[in-house]
Design a protein around this ligand. Structure first.
Ligand code: HEM
Length: 419
């Protein structure tokens, strides 16, 4: 790419980004950290502000679609990596503001800076969230970018849990980008253009899309047909987010303050086998009633299950998903709680003709070991495994550190790590 092109592309992006910020201010900035209106046609063109102490896409109410993409960094030059983060920062702010990445008409002599498939579409509350994997700090024993000493102790490669079937081409990655919007094409456009801009510095390793379905309000369902997200913390619960989601400067790596850890698990669901299970055994496997989402011993979705009164697991089986994932044993259970933000995926048939569908499980937590892993180890304990494990295969994902938010224009993603 020529200098002329670089300058032109950059100026185009900067102008568009600035316009987006001004527009955001005029309209009264949407607050990223509180639930906004539920998805409906009238809110499709709502935009969220990229700038803030935390990145968007964590406590932002889940949009209908997601596209999570992992990148491998191909350069060995930390300066190129830093330039990419700067470029991606500008681009993400521009895209989230619903602006094109280049001024139209674009220069006829060069490939388009903005691929254009989103022109005229609503932004659908697009959020773009950036996170980095342990391999960015060290890969095969090599301190690739001089960052090894800054790696947070808790950021490891995702281990292989009991019954996992991780496939290399669907797992790990140096950087992960989560794009969420009410429109899947807007998510795709974001990932595509970020990938295009990374050429020569980073390339896509894997990509996974997901959908939640359109529903004005209330808990959406996963592909087992159960409400998913009922026991999630309220997004407005700032005390919970402070205690269980956002990383504090005192947690170990001070450059990561305001970030969080993201766990991604691509969980294939054996739909055909599940669909042969009786209605009541499906409820016993999850530990909730199918239509209402109420606990087995309750009437309404948000009733609290009384496990203590059912020590033998006669009402809610001991190996049911909710009983194992949250045994509700006081303070420990509270400290362990995570923020789940998963999406259903539905793809073509696999090589043996099964529906290739499942859950793109995403959760955010402040400490992977004492939160996600602690829960996951119970679910995969060979002595009393989650009954649901017989109907799922985890084929990919990874552990990532979500970078702190970018608080002002001119700053960039990961700045505190690189400088
Ligand atoms: C295909 C895989 C999975 C499916 C279909 C699934 C489904 C569900 C459903 C239906 C619920 C009950 C409703 C709710 O509170 O959201 C639930 C709850 C929960 N799940 Fe999962 N889940 C899956 C994987 C996981 C994984 C990998 C973890 C974490 C390690 C996890 C952690 C939890 C937690 C913590 C709860 C809340 C339990 C409570 O507090 O009552 N789930 N899940």
């Amino acid at each position: 790419m020529s200098d002329k092109m670089n300058r032109r592309a950059f100026l185009g992006m900067t102008a568009a980004g600035a316009a987006g910020v001004v527009l955001g201010e005029l309209m009264g900035k949407a607050n990223n950290f509180l639930p906004t209106e539920k998805a409906s046609a009238s809110t499709l063109n709502e935009t969220l502000d990229f700038y803030g102490a935390h990145q968007t896409g964590v406590v932002t109410p889940a949009q209908n679609s997601a596209n999570v993409a992992a990148f491998d960094v191909t350069t060995n030059d930390v300066k190129e990596l830093r330039e990419l983060m700067k470029k991606w920062t500008e681009m993400a702010a521009t895209l989230m503001a619903g602006k094109p990445l280049a001024v139209e008409p674009q220069d006829g002599a060069f490939p388009p800076t903005d691929t254009g498939e989103q022109i005229g579409l609503d932004t659908g509350k697009l959020t773009i969230t950036f996170a980095i994997g342990a391999s960015l700090f060290e890969k095969d024993g090599v301190d690739r970018f001089g960052l090894r000493s800054r790696k947070p102790a808790g950021l490891t490669e995702m281990p292989i849990f009991h019954k996992d079937s991780l496939e290399d081409q669907l797992t790990h990655g140096d950087i992960v980008v989560q794009a969420c919007s009410d429109d899947p094409l807007v998510c795709f456009h974001a990932i595509r253009n970020l990938s295009k801009a990374a050429r020569g510095v980073a390339h896509l390793r894997w990509q996974q899309t997901g959908q939640l379905g359109v529903k004005a309000e209330g808990t959406k369902r996963n592909l087992f047909g159960f409400k998913d997200g009922t026991a999630n913390p309220a997004l407005q619960d700032e005390t919970f987010m402070k205690n269980n989601v956002w990383i504090d400067a005192g947690d170990g790596a001070s450059w990561l303050a305001g970030g969080t850890y993201m766990v991604v698990r691509r969980i294939h669901m054996r739909i055909e086998t599940w669909d042969q299970q009786s209605y009541s055994s499906q409820e016993n496997i999850i530990g909730r009633q199918k239509v209402s989402g109420a606990p087995m011993d309750g009437k309404a979705e948000f009733d609290t299950p009384q496990f203590a009164a059912d020590a033998a697991g006669k009402v809610t089986p001991l190996d049911s998903h909710i009983r194992l994932s949250n045994p509700r044993t006081g303070e420990n259970s509270e400290r362990e709680r995570i923020l789940r933000r998963g999406y259903n995926f539905m793809e073509n048939l696999d090589s043996v003709g099964r529906i290739n569908a499942g859950l793109l499980f995403v959760c955010f937590n402040r400490n992977i070991q004492t939160q996600f892993e602690s829960i996951q180890k119970r679910l995969t304990n060979p002595n009393l495994p989650d009954k649901m494990l017989s109907y799922t295969d985890t084929t990919g994902g990874g552990y990532f550190a979500v970078l702190p938010g970018v608080t002002s224009k001119g700053s960039y993603l990961g700045q505190a790590l690189f400088e």
